[in-house]
Design a binder for this molecule. Structure first.
Ligand code: NAP
Length: 390
C-alpha cells in the first residue's frame, strides 16, 4: 500500500441466495473505484458479519446480537438480501434489523439506465427518490389471528368500550402512525430534496379514508415543511401560497392517484415521502417502470446508523448460477460511498454502470427483455466489465 494510506472498516452481510454473488461483484467494483480515485491511498477493509441462513446453519442464530452491535459501532453496513425464516421466531430478518437499529427511513432512488428494456414508453422520465417510513404502519406487525383468544379479547374491548362491532371470523390488525415517526421521515425527505436540488416533495397517503393515520401523515408532513423549512419550501396554490422556484414544492397525492400519475406523468414528481405500506408498493411499481428490481438500490437510514441494501430479495432460483443482476447491489454501494463522504467515487461507480449498460453488456434478466442486440454476461463478468469502465 502507498504511504499515508488509510483503510475504512465497512461491515458487510453477504446475504442468502444470490447474495454472495452480487456482494462479491459489488465489492470488486467498489474496491476498484476507490483504488482508481485515490491511487490506492484509501481502501475499504471489509468486515464480514453473520446473518441469515448461513448464520443459522453454522451457529443456530438467524441474527446474532454481535452483528447488530458491530453495525451500531461502525455506524454503517452493506448487506445482501436475507431469506425470511418461515414459521415462528423472527417475522423478518430485514424488519428486525431496521427496527433494532431504528433505521426509520427507507430511501429508494429509482431512475432509468439507457440500454435497459422497460415496459413503458418513456422510462427516462422516471427519476425519483422514495422515502418510505420504516418503523410503523404495517411494519409494526400488530395483528391477531382469526379465532384466537387475543382477537376475541380485542373484539370484546372494541364492542364494549368503543361501540365498534367486528365480525367473529375476522383477523384483526393495528396500524399505528405517530407524529414523531412521520415528522422525522418527512424531515429526512425535505433535507434530501433541499441538499440535492430536487424540485418537489410529495406526501403520498390514503388520508381521504384513514383520516387519523394516513390523513395525519399528510398534515404532520405539511407541518414539518412549514415550521422547519419556511424559507426553503413552497406549496401548491390554495395550500400555502404560490411562490416561485427555486424553493422545493411540497404537495400531496392520494396513494391510488399517485400510482396512475407515476405512469402518466412521472416527470412531475421528484421525491416521494410515504408511510410504510404505500412506500413499499410504490417502490416496486416504480422499479418495474425502469426495468425491474435488478436496478433498485436502497438504504435504511437512522440518525446514527445507515444500512445499504438492494430492494430485491434472495431470488433463490438464480442462487449459485452466476446469472443474477448485481446492479441494485452495486448502486446501493454507490449510495454508501456518498453517505461516507465520497461523492466522486460514488458517481464513478454509477457512470461505469451506465457505460456498461449503454455498451449493451447486460445480465440475463435484461437480455431476456431486450429487443436490440446485447451481450449477455454472468454476474462476475458484468462486475469486471463495470470495473474496466471506471
Ligand atoms: P425476490 O428475491 O426479489 O425475487 C423475485 C423475482 O425478481 C426473481 O424471481 C427474479 O424475477 C427477480 N429478481 C430479483 N432480484 C434479481 C436480480 N438481482 N437479478 C435478476 N432477477 C432478479 O423476491 P421473492 O422471491 O419474493 O423473495 C425471495 C426471498 O427473499 C424471500 O425469503 C423473501 O422474504 C426475501 N426477501 C428479502 C429481502 C431483503 O433482504 N431485503 C427483500 C425482499 C425479499 P424472474 O423470476 O422474473 O426472473
Amino acid at each position: 500500500m502507498p504511504k499515508e494510506s488509510s483503510a475504512l472498516d465497512v461491515p458487510f452481510i453477504q446475504g442468502d441466495g444470490i447474495g454472495p454473488e452480487i456482494m462479491d461483484a459489488t465489492r470488486l467494483v467498489l474496491d476498484a473505484a476507490l483504488q482508481k480515485a485515490t491511487g490506492g491511498r484509501r481502501s475499504v477493509h471489509w468486515v464480514e458479519l453473520a446473518a441469515g441462513e448461513s448464520s443459522f446453519e453454522s451457529g443456530g442464530e438467524w441474527l446474532p446480537g454481535g452483528t447488530l452491535s458491530s453495525i451500531r459501532r461502525a455506524g454503517v453496513a452493506i448487506k445482501g438480501p436475507l431469506t425470511t425464516p418461515v414459521g415462528g421466531g423472527i417475522r423478518s430478518l430485514n424488519v428486525a434489523i431496521r427496527q433494532a437499529l431504528d433505521l426509520y427511513a427507507s430511501v429508494r432512488p429509482v431512475r432509468h439506465f439507457q440500454g435497459v428494456a422497460s415496459p413503458v414508453k418513456a422510462p427516462e422520465d422516471v427519476d425519483l427518490v422514495i422515502f418510505r417510513e420504516n418503523t410503523e404502519d404495517v411494519y409494526k406487525g400488530i395483528e391477531w389471528r382469526c379465532g384466537s383468544e387475543e382477537a376475541a379479547r380485542v373484539r370484546t374491548f372494541l364492542r364494549d368500550s368503543m361501540g365498534v362491532d367486528l365480525s367473529e371470523d375476522a383477523g384483526i390488525g393495528l396500524k399505528p402512525m405517530s407524529e414523531r415517526a412521520t415528522k422525522r421521515l418527512v424531515r429526512a425527505a425535505l433535507r434530501h430534496a433541499i441538499d440535492h436540488d430536487r424540485k418537489s416533495v410529495t406526501l403520498v397517503h390514503k388520508g381521504n379514508i384513514m383520516k387519523f393515520t394516513e390523513g395525519a401523515f399528510r398534515d404532520w408532513g405539511y407541518e414539518v415543511a412549514r415550521d422547519e423549512f419556511p424559507d426553503k419550501v413552497r406549496f401548491e396554490p390554495g395550500i400555502g401560497g404560490d411562490e416561485p422556484d427555486p424553493k422545493v414544492l411540497v404537495n400531496d397525492r392520494i396513494a391510488d392517484n399517485m400510482f396512475q400519475q407515476l405512469l402518466t406523468r412521472p416527470s412531475e414528481y421528484s421525491v416521494l415521502a410515504a408511510p410504510n405500506l404505500n412506500g413499499d408498493y410504490l417502490a416496486d411499481a416504480c422499479a418495474a417502470q425502469v426495468g425491474g428490481l435488478g436496478f433498485a438500490p436502497g438504504a435504511n437510514i437512522g440518525d446514527d446508523v445507515a444500512v445499504f441494501e438492494p430492494v430485491h430479495g434472495t431470488a433463490p432460483k438464480y442462487a449459485g448460477k452466476d446469472v443474477a443482476n448485481p446492479c441494485a447491489m452495486m448502486l446501493s454501494g454507490a449510495m454508501m460511498f456518498d453517505h461516507l463522504g465520497m461523492p466522486s467515487e460514488s458517481a464513478m461507480v454509477v457512470r461505469a454502470i451506465e457505460g456498461t449498460l449503454a455498451a449493451g453488456v447486460v445480465t440475463k434478466d435484461v437480455a431476456a427483455r431486450s429487443q436490440g442486440s446485447v451481450r449477455s454476461v454472468g454476474t462476475s463478468r458484468f462486475a469486471e466489465e463495470v470495473a474496466l469502465r471506471l
